[in-house]
Design a protein around this ligand. Structure first.
Ligand SMILES: [Zn+2]
Length: 242
């Protein structure tokens, strides 16, 4: 595999520290980009590409010193897994009486179309503070704000994650379109940036039309064009520096 490392120019994050993000540029196959490959992951506990997993471990060790237990709720997710989530939600919403268009728009508030999830890439994680008592759904915005259990972790990540290469794609910026704010979701930028660059060259319509998805006949060209611009590219600008 042709491996090159590019040192990108400095990166400013929320007006805080300036962090250089080195890209790890490899050739990413279509199957890897769509979650249909069989990527070699760091470990059963850390389901990320090895380099991302190692960076995560360093970040986890630093957080631990500050009394925070970074716990992965979700990392790598295959196309098949995302498809089962999609199809389950689609059928549920259909039974609730939603039209196909309403249904798709509701699902994409939080969930991606299979084949378009950043979780396919082995670079993205959903995190909580494992030192807190776990009750019910954990990935809820209110648990990361106000008096929520994960406020300390969120603030620690906002201050420190970029040092380890982790950046939050789904920010709370009002001008950002696409998926809702996700304070728990982080991307390992050195791999996720060049992966996104490769990803943008793919023909989504062609790939999705052969993927056996509920409602796929309703995915029009105009819908997918908007989805590409607002959802796939509706991320922090630091993650699309190409
Ligand atoms: Zn996520």
């Amino acid at each position: 595999m042709n491996r090159k490392t590019f040192i990108k120019t400095s990166l400013s994050l929320m007006g805080a520290s300036i962090v250089p993000i080195p890209w790890i540029q490899e050739e990413y196959s279509v199957s890897i980009l769509l979650g249909k490959g069989n990527p070699k992951l760091h470990s059963p506990e850390i389901q990320l590409f090895n380099t991302a997993g190692n960076a995560f471990k360093r970040m986890q060790a630093a957080a631990k010193k500050d009394g925070i237990l970074l716990e992965i709720v979700s990392a790598y997710r295959s196309f098949e897994r995302q498809k089962s989530i999609w199809n389950r939600k689609f059928k549920f919403n259909q039974e609730e009486g939603l039209s196909p268009e309403q249904n798709i728009n509701k699902i994409i508030e939080y969930s991606t179309l299979p084949g378009t999830s950043r979780h396919h890439w082995g670079t993205d994680v959903d995190l909580i503070d494992g030192s807190k008592i776990r009750e019910g759904d954990v990935l809820l915005t209110e648990k990361f704000h106000g008096k929520g259990p994960y406020v300390v972790m969120r603030k620690w990540m906002e201050k420190n994650a970029a040092t380890y290469g982790f950046i939050r794609p789904y920010t709370d910026k009002k001008t950002r379109k696409g998926f809702y704010y996700e304070p728990w979701h982080y991307s390992y930028a050195p791999i996720a940036i060049p992966m996104l660059k490769s990803y943008m060259d793919l023909d989504l319509k062609l790939l999705l039309s052969t993927s056996d998805l509920e409602g796929s006949i309703h995915l029009s060209t105009s819908f997918l064009t908007r989805y590409r611009e607002e959802n796939i590219l509706g991320i922090a600008k630091e993650l699309k520096t190409f």
